[in-house]
Design a protein. Structure first.
Length: 284
């Protein structure tokens, strides 16, 4: 049971998205399949860094996790695994990730992974999460790093394409998370976490999310404008974006509750958009 619990605190579902977006960054940087060694060690290091940040988040938030229905059955609130062991587990994963990237990939990707872990584990989790709704937007910096690290793993430097992938993911994260937070607002209120729906109203949260979605759709079309991707990407991403905007307009004007659908569609939007971008680049 302990082994399963130690896997759970690494955030496997989030880690899968990290691996996918990191792989897309590699693919775009290489304009096709990257060299096998870079692919293996790069994704392994990226996955371990994500796991380390997630484990530390589980460690630090164990008290508020115990107060929320969505998280109260996690291993640490239930006492199924050792707090001390989890703390060192987080450190071990993060240090191993840095070492793998530094030795087998390149120093810049290692430093970027360390930066992402520090932003998520310390700036977001420790400093901001319990004090300000701005934590989501600042914490999004860490979540936007995987495709950048993937790109740098292949190229060895930060290019305009990597910056653009970062921007797309940075704009994607607030509406993605706030759709979830709206659905679990009472949980966050009980735990005293001032996420946007708790600190503000539902209407303000939806309106702020809508602004981010509009900016996201605009940013997502820039790869076509700068000839980073072609017409296939443009048309599919435009269609995905228009439907995303339509869902928010429906919520704004009809007041219907689509929080679950918006959360799920945000994942569909990012996944399809990035995969189509990678396919389009490889056939250009």
């Amino acid at each position: 049971m302990a082994i399963v619990d130690y896997i759970k605190v690494t955030g496997p579902r989030i880690n899968l998205l990290v691996i996918v977006t990191g792989f897309v960054g590699m693919w775009i940087g290489a304009k096709g399949m990257p060299e096998s060694g870079i692919l293996f060690w790069g994704l392994l290091g990226l996955s371990l860094a994500s796991a380390g940040a997630s484990v530390f988040n589980n460690y630090y938030d164990r008290d508020i996790d115990a107060l929320m229905g969505r998280t109260k059955n996690r291993p640490l609130p239930c006492g199924r695994i050792s707090r001390v062991g989890v703390f060192f587990y987080a450190f071990m994963l993060s240090a191993t990730a840095f070492s793998i990237l530094a030795v087998f990939v390149n120093g810049i990707s290692a430093l970027l992974s360390l930066f992402a872990v520090v932003v998520y584990s310390f700036l977001y989790t420790v400093i901001m999460k319990r004090h300000t709704p701005l934590a989501t937007e600042i914490g999004g910096i860490a979540g936007a790093m995987p495709p950048v690290i993937g790109w740098v793993a292949v190229q060895g430097h930060i290019g305009i394409e990597a910056v653009l992938l970062f921007l797309i993911m940075l704009l994607w994260q607030p509406p993605h998370f706030w759709a979830l937070a709206l659905n679990y607002k009472d949980d966050y209120k009980r735990a005293g976490v001032p996420v946007m729906p708790v600190a503000k109203t539902d209407e303000e949260t939806i309106n702020r999310s809508f602004i981010y979605v509009i900016l996201l759709v605009i940013a997502s079309l820039i790869p076509y404008i700068i000839h980073m991707a072609g017409l296939l990407y443009f048309y599919i991403t435009l269609a995905l974006g228009m439907f995303y905007i339509y869902l928010y307009l429906k919520v704004i004007f009809t007041k219907v509750d689509l929080n679950r659908q918006l959360f799920r569609y945000s994942i569909v939007y990012l996944s399809f958009s990035f995969v189509v971008m990678a396919v389009d680049i490889s056939i250009k």
